[in-house]
Design a protein around this ligand. Structure first.
Ligand code: SF4
Length: 444
């Protein structure tokens, strides 16, 4: 039976020392009861209390860390089936495979491509999270693993079905704490011994969810505590079903044998289908998605999907309501306003940048709503816009009094002209992508 916060609190040192990152022992106990923190995150709990409580209080899905030092990737410790129930805790990571067929120069080039696959979207950095090194068929697995470990900016997954090959490669790079991928029913004990010896996480695959549950118990009994459930995409429909069963068993039934995060290996897909199928598995319920391709057009659809799914639905996606300068605007540059919904702001700012016409963008606080929603919800009004622009002192920066307003709010035009010093209000385009052509036409 699940422990209450009070039961957990009684076993804590109750010193409110804050070493767990929370302000009080009670706050920590509530997080443990809600399965959002592990008991072990209190460094001062007695061994006796830990033993008494740990099994009952452990999060339903274990948190796994791949890597060491400043190159780490964490996944797991999810608490819900659906994002709207609360939020998903940790975004699905993308791992790009380095094929065994690549020679050293090609492998080096691919790692360089992975390192450079960093994009900014809606103010956030999106990047490839891991390098997955295929070892079966490589003439010198230790040298290949060391080569990639030396060059990669992200943690590693070592891929081999053979315990012997894995041991050779792992011995060369165990200090970087890679994920070893993957054990099956015949190799689970050898792989588990390797993982336990090197203190690295281990991925395990099974022919069914039931077999997988048996194998994780075997691996745990051999000393491998940090496990990952491995699936592939030979039969995508069945894989989605298995991922859902495993997630539900862990979260809803507290079934420990499946209480681990997952990795899904894309197999034999074209680049085009890899993006579509990859996005599907990112939604349900891959913790890591292993893919073959690494061009921006292949990565970005999956990264965008992951970013959208893993935002916190309880927190409005906003930017600070202030005056933004795009480029180096001067006293004759355009002035426009938009809302503080991140996606709206970054779309507008991106298109202004693309226009190569430096401009001022006044961001109005609409509590994170886009233009039409803000208008419908009474979060934006002429009065609010005029007050915002005045408080941001834009009139002191430009010598004209022309204001470009969103094309979705033409109704604001007359009232702004009547009630403010902005006497020439220009109705802008309805969508951000029209901004460059619009500015080129009206702002000569
Ligand atoms: S680290 Fe432990 S003792 Fe300190 S505040 Fe957190 S729960 Fe309490």
């Amino acid at each position: 039976m699940a422990l209450t916060a009070m039961q957990i609190y009684k076993s804590l040192p109750r010193t409110n020392c804050k070493d767990c990152g929370l302000p009080t022992c009670m706050a920590f106990a509530m997080q443990v009861a809600a399965k959002r923190k592990a008991l072990a995150e209190c460094p001062h709990i007695s061994a006796e209390a830990q033993t008494d409580l740990s099994e009952a209080s452990a999060p339903p899905m274990k948190l796994i860390t791949i890597g060491a030092g400043d190159k780490t990737f964490e996944f797991g410790q999810e608490t819900v089936m659906f994002r709207h129930e609360e939020k998903f805790m940790r975004p699905c990571g993308i791992a790009v495979k380095i094929p065994a067929s690549a020679n050293d120069d090609e492998a080096n080039a691919k790692v360089g491509q992975i390192n450079n696959s960093v994009f900014t979207r809606v103010g956030e950095k999106l990047k490839v999270s891991l390098c997955a090194v295929c070892l079966d068929g490589v003439s010198n697995p230790a040298a290949r693993a060391a080569l990639i470990a030396g060059k990669s900016n992200v943690p590693l997954i070592l891929m081999s079905e053979s315990p012997g090959t894995m041991k050779t490669a792992l011995d060369a790079v165990k200090q970087v704490k890679p994920l070893i991928y993957k054990a099956n029913s015949t190799t689970v004990e050898d792989f588990a011994a390797l993982a336990a010896g090197a203190g690295v996480p281990l991925a395990i695959s099974g022919s069914s969810v039931e077999e997988l549950a048996e194998l994780t118990v075997k691996a745990k009994n051999k000393g491998a505590a940090n496990l990952v459930l491995a699936f592939d995409t030979d039969k995508p429909g069945e894989t989605i079903r298995s991922l859902t069963i495993a997630r539900r068993a862990a979260i809803k039934k507290n079934f420990r044998a499946l209480g681990y995060p997952t990795v899904v290996e894309m197999k034999g897909e074209t680049p085009e289908s890899e993006t579509v199928i990859g996005a599907m598995f990112a939604a349900k319920y891959a913790g890591i998605l292993m893919i073959d391709y690494c061009e921006p057009w292949e990565l970005l659809p999956v990264m965008t999907t992951i970013q959208d799914i893993f935002t916190d639905p309880q927190v409005p996606n906003t930017v600070e309501a202030k005056l933004y300068e795009i480029g180096s605007p001067g006293d004759s540059s355009p002035v426009m306003f938009t809302t503080n919904f991140s996606l709206t702001y970054f779309s507008v700012a991106g298109e202004v940048e693309r226009s190569r016409i430096p401009a001022y963008i006044s961001v109005v606080d609409t509590e994170g709503l886009g233009v039409l929603n803000a208008y419908a919800g009474d979060k934006i009004s002429v009065e609010k816009v005029v007050k915002t622009i005045a408080s941001q002192k834009i009139a002191e920066k430009v010598k004209h009094r022309k204001l470009i307003i969103p094309g979705l709010l033409p109704i604001f035009r007359a009232e702004i002209e009547d009630t403010s010093e902005w006497k020439e209000v220009i109705i802008g385009p309805e969508t951000a992508r029209e901004i460059p052509a619009f500015l080129a036409k009206v702002w000569k």
